[in-house]
Ligand binder design. Sequence first.
Ligand code: RNT
Ligand code: ZN
Length: 415
Amino acid sequence: MSSSTYTLAQESYATHGVDTETALKTLATLPISLHCWQGDDVGGFEGGGALTGGIQATGNHPGKARTIEELRADLDKALSLIPGSHRLNLHASYGDFDGKKVDRNEVGPEHFQSWITWCKERGLGMDFNSTYFSHDLSADGFTLSHPDKAVRDFWIDHGIRCREIGAEAGRQLGTPCITNVWIPDGYKDLPVDRKAPRQRLEASLDAIFAKTLDPAHNRDAVECKLFGIGSEAYVVGSHEFYLGYAVKNQVLLCLDAGHFHPTENLSDKISSVLQFVPEIILHVSRGVRWDSDHVVLLDDPTRAIMEEIIRGDFVDRTHIGLDFFDASINRIAAWTIGTRNAIKALLLALLEPMEKLRAAEASGDLTTRLALLEEEKTLPFAAVWDEYCRRQNVPEGARWLEEVKAYERDVLASR
Ligand code: RNT
Ligand code: ZN
């Protein structure tokens, strides 16, 4: 769509009291943390085996990144199609290990220096995740809550080292690294002792977080979950567990859109949680019947999440990350579709006629509130989105797809 179409759209929004220029300016300041693991089906570079921990990347689309160079090239391609300045979200299993065996309790900033430099060259911030799955010592389904102290200690060491990596990345990049803890711990079938693993998990987390790090460099997050494949009956790190832990210790809570009962919405949780924890991180994702990590759509749940962040003025306390992994389609397209959709949802939220909506609600005019919420859905959003893409020098509309197809032909096909 042309710039003159944008001018018409601008006028149309203005009649609703919305300034599209302000929306575009704000949008450009909101980073999304792109998860490295969409690029290789959560494989990582340890040369290891299968993905475990109750998460699954299904599909077999050709061209999966097999090396750090390939993953970086693919990320560069995706980033060139996504408007705005963003962040890279790394997992500890994605270190630059140079073909050597580096166990999880041995990872350090040196294994991530080339990633930090890569981010710096591109003006990206970095976020980090400790990797508590796809490992011999997580094979029986327990890590930080394991009954065997030796196993727990191994994973505690991993957690401590990951925070140090995060802090070093944050220091060098000049923006805090959010280091997230998600563990797969749980039982497929009914436990008789739900208490002891949770007590052990709390003690393990306390040990990991014992050292105070500068929040300008590293901030800690814990990710709650309802169930996983193989942990249907009991998840040690449940919602209540981590909410309690985050409130008590004032660490960040990570809310993943696929981690709740299918009839629950993440969006409703944001304002409750932020009343009691300092900040949150989001894993914007899409569960289809289960925590299936489908590519993010521009759907109502995603829109509602972004609306909450904007309406609640939570931008400064919310770190938006993505968490999906689809191996059945072009992986770069998956990144591009999901990230562009998250950004579109943010833009839609920024384009709401908030003054009018607030006034209607405050005066008890709930008729007007509903009417305006429905009317905003058919405002000329596409023209504003295309204008944003143009200003950010990325393809408008579906033109990015041609570039992905060309990359598939020229690069991915020969892998
Ligand atoms: C698993 C969690 C977790 C993982 C990533 C790979 O259910 O959502 O965030 O998806 O760490
Ligand atoms: Zn997640």
